[in-house]
Design a protein around this ligand. Structure first.
Ligand SMILES: *Cc1c(COP(=O)(O)O)cnc(C)c1O
Length: 401
């Protein structure tokens, strides 16, 4: 038995089967590259679903984490700690907003946004108690809690987890008229991904996000942008909403906010909205802990220079023009995305998303399939052009084999 086979057998025997990972066992990683237990190297073209925007083992992030590990790692929110105010101030400033509510995982932050919007609806908008409605889009992915899967349209994510949380209405993504028809007097929020990642990197039609902004503003409804995957540089801007000059009422951030080092998520909004919370009404033991704040502060500092957004724009244009050639060849049916982020629909004659991912793995490139025919490309934003080209050459070879 190889070490890989031993690891896979143990995982098969003792872990719940809620994932179907590629048969690669990573032992270490640096930059855009990972090394497995046999010493084989792989180009990481997934980057932890965008949690690793700054690459593996980023020196600045590790130094910040190590320095903080030696000082203090957890106080709970029962006490203040000396990184907390700085983190909230810097993150609010990055978002152009006023208040921050830190959590840990993305799902927790979306849950927080939902609780915030409901409370705002009752206390500020004046919606009758128990009637608050939140509108979401089909094919959404906002996380895995019981409430979040309640408004999923993915049968795998949802089946057998009921009874489901009420208070949500689902409309087609990208359809402004359907959204407008769904808004009523009890509507407190519209919750959307500016680009739907898990669905296959679906970019809404031009003008959609701006239209949602206009509609929600005119109807006194909060616009909650779940930028957990699309935000923090991935699309070439700090926030994907910026591509349409849209500022939502609430940003939900996660993934890259913790730099792939620790889980850090947050809801960022105004005094009017996040100001609805009083002590005891919401919280998290680990939310806003010193280690999380120290790492996130370094992430925010790196984003402030604009260099990662710039790279995502430049390399993204290159990525999309190269992928466009594969569409011309008939190997690929469609490519979607923005910046260093692409959903690639494999022509069925060339295999499934999974089979292409497996073949890429044997050639030293790691990607993840989604919804059968699609593979998702989201390399770290610090990837070199040479490495990106090498990864694309492997994809071309697999599709032409
Ligand atoms: C990943 C993701 C989440 C959930 O984040 P977790 O940290 O896995 O809970 C929510 N929304 C979007 C858009 C995501 O991509």
């Amino acid at each position: 038995m190889t070490s890989t086979e031993r690891f896979l057998a143990a995982a098969e025997a003792h872990s719940a089967h809620n994932y179907h990972p590629l048969p690669v066992v990573v032992a270490s990683a640096e930059g855009a590259w990972m090394t497995d237990v046999e010493g084989r190297r792989y180009l990481d073209m997934l980057a932890g679903y965008s949690a690793l925007n700054f690459g593996h083992g980023n020196r600045r992030l590790l130094d910040a984490a190590k320095a903080q590990l030696d000082r203090v790692t957890l106080t709970s929110r029962a006490f203040h700690h000396d990184r907390f105010a700085e983190f909230c101030t810097q993150l609010a400033e990055l978002c152009g907003m006023e208040l921050v509510l830190p959590m840990n995982t993305g799902a927790e932050a979306v849950e927080t946004a939902i609780k915030t919007a409901r409370k705002w609806g009752y206390q500020v908008k004046g919606v009758p108690d128990g009637r608050a409605k939140i509108i979401v889009a089909d094919h959404n992915f906002h996380g895995r809690t019981t409430t979040l899967v309640s408004f999923s349209t993915d049968p795998e994510a949802r089946a057998d987890f009921g009874p489901y949380t009420p208070g949500f209405e689902i409309v087609p993504y990208g359809d402004l008229a359907a959204l407008e028809a769904a808004v009523d007097a009890d509507t407190v929020a519209v919750l959307l991904e500016p680009i739907q990642g898990e669905a296959g990197v679906l970019v809404p039609p031009p003008g959609y996000l701006a239209g949602v902004r206009e509609l929600t503003r005119s109807r006194n409804v909060l616009f909650i942008a779940d930028e957990i995957q699309s935000g923090l540089g991935r699309t070439g801007r700090t926030f994907a909403c910026e591509h349409e000059d849209v500022v939502p009422d609430m940003y939900v951030l996660g993934k890259a906010l913790g730099g792939g080092v620790v889980p850090v998520s947050a809801v960022i909004s105004s005094h009017e909205v996040l100001g609805v919370f009083a002590p005891g009404e919401h919280g998290s033991t680990f939310g806003g802990n010193p280690l999380a704040c120290a790492v996130a502060l370094e992430v925010i500092a790196m984003l402030r220079t604009g260099e990662f957004q710039q790279r995502a724009t430049e390399l993204g244009e290159h990525l999309h023009s190269e992928l466009g050639l594969l569409v011309g060849d008939g190997a690929v049916d469609a490519v979607r995305g923005r910046g260093l982020w692409a959903g690639v629909d494999i022509n069925p004659s060339r295999g499934t998303g999974r089979s292409v991912s497996e073949q890429l793995m044997t050639r030293g490139v790691l990607v993840k399939d989604t919804h059968g025919a699609t593979i998702r490309l989201a390399p770290p934003l610090m990837i070199s052009k040479e490495d990106l080209d090498w990864g694309l050459a492997q994809l071309r070879d697999v599709l032409e084999a």
